[in-house]
Design a protein around this ligand. Structure first.
Ligand SMILES: NC(=O)c1ccc[n+]([C@@H]2O[C@H](COP(=O)([O-])OP(=O)(O)OC[C@H]3O[C@@H](n4cnc5c(N)ncnc54)[C@H](OP(=O)(O)O)[C@@H]3O)[C@@H](O)[C@H]2O)c1
Length: 334
């Protein structure tokens, strides 16, 4: 079933193929390497992807006197848990909030990290429930007066080749609309220098759309309401059984992730505040409950790209899609 999630030939070794100067959009990396000011570009690059980097931010993006706060959604297990673990590296100096829809599973995850010496806060978050998002937003506002990193990792996929109105509604509802609602509600809290990372997927291949739908998705002036209308059109077309005539593929997960990728591009374009960067990524084909034990990457390896994007320094890419160690041109590569 997860054939559509399989990214042929994706292996850990390909991570060594990051093109210098391409994936790292800053001219003088050394100034961002806290405690390693004399480390050169290549060494810092390596240390990031070895998972024990101390990449920092230029002083101008740090909030003097208040902690830099990172929130990760769907983090009780899988890639989200690995993202929290890497962001909780004490060298980064971040206050990391692990969120999960199930409080008990989330608190168990926090306890497991504490047992490894990592200090992480917990808050409940179901991305499909407005009241749950509101409660998190209020808590962040009261406790931290802002937010610096938001990793939208929470996502779901039905098993097998399930395809029905309910499957489309739930999958697009969670992966696209849930992610969008979290960003919309937390957006007022974003501080200068904030990074928003949306964990999308290469399974969201635009080549699976009809030329007309592709053109609609890639329109440079497409707005979020128009994109949401396209997502709703997909759900409705599955309900009416005319999805094929309308040019949609028979893949609800793929469509939901196309929405996440394009949403990221639009939000980046529309953001007017300084130095707030939005990027989407594919973690690769990772061994989690969503896939299967034969997937080539560990959750720790899958967390590398989201963590890299969460720590992008000033001047970094925005609106991009990253996977397999490079930025992709979604119109040609997906
Ligand atoms: N694994 C891969 O190969 C792969 C490839 C491409 C993209 N991705 C994406 O990577 C992300 C993480 O997936 P994973 O592989 O780590 O899968 P996973 O192990 O199944 O983890 C998914 C996480 O999302 C949470 N979640 C689901 N619905 C939620 C909701 N409504 N509100 C809040 N949290 C919710 C789950 O919580 P529960 O434990 O409560 O269910 C779980 O914590 C997803 O967005 C997925 O689409 C994964």
């Amino acid at each position: 079933m997860f054939a559509f999630l399989a990214f042929g030939g994706l292996t850990a070794s390909r991570w060594s193929a990051f093109p210098l100067g391409g994936f790292y959009p800053f001219a003088s990396l050394s100034k961002y390497c806290v405690g390693k000011t004399l480390v050169n570009f290549r060494k810092c690059h390596f240390s990031l992807f070895a998972g024990h980097s101390v990449i920092g931010f230029p002083m101008s993006t740090m909030n003097a006197g208040s902690p830099r706060v990172a929130v990760v959604t769907g983090a009780n297990k899988g890639i989200g848990y690995a993202i929290v673990k890497q962001l909780a590296n004490p060298n980064l100096g971040l206050t990391v909030v692990l969120t999960s829809r199930d409080e008990e599973r989330g608190k168990q995850a926090v306890a497991a990290l504490a047992a490894e010496g990592l200090d992480v806060l917990y808050h409940q978050l179901d991305i499909t429930k407005e009241s749950s998002i509101d409660t998190l937003a209020d808590w962040l506002k009261d406790r931290f007066q802002g937010l610096d990193i938001l990793v939208n990792n929470a996502g779901m996929a039905y098993r097998g080749d399930a395809f029905s109105y309910e499957v489309a509604r739930d999958t697009v509802g969670c992966n696209y609309f849930g992610t969008l609602h979290v960003i919309e509600k937390l957006s007022p809290l974003l501080r200068e220098g904030a990074r928003i990372v949306n964990v999308s997927s290469r399974a969201g291949k635009f080549s699976r759309l009809s030329p007309k739908l592709r053109e609609a998705m890639f329109r440079r002036d497409l707005t979020i309401p128009e994109l949401s209308a396209l997502m709703n059109d997909f759900i409705q077309s599955v309900k009416e059984g005319n999805w094929e005539q309308k040019g949609w593929p028979k893949q609800t997960y793929a469509v939901s992730k196309m929405g996440v990728t394009i949403m990221t591009r639009i939000l980046a374009r529309e953001e007017k505040r300084p130095n707030i960067l939005y990027n989407a990524c594919c973690p690769g084909y990772v061994r989690t409950d969503m896939t299967n034990p034969s997937a080539p990457l560990s959750p720790e390896q899958g967390a590398k790209t989201p963590v890299y994007l969460a720590l992008l320094p000033e001047g970094g890419a925005s609106g991009g899609f990253f996977a397999d160690g490079r930025q992709w041109n979604i119109m040609e590569d997906l």
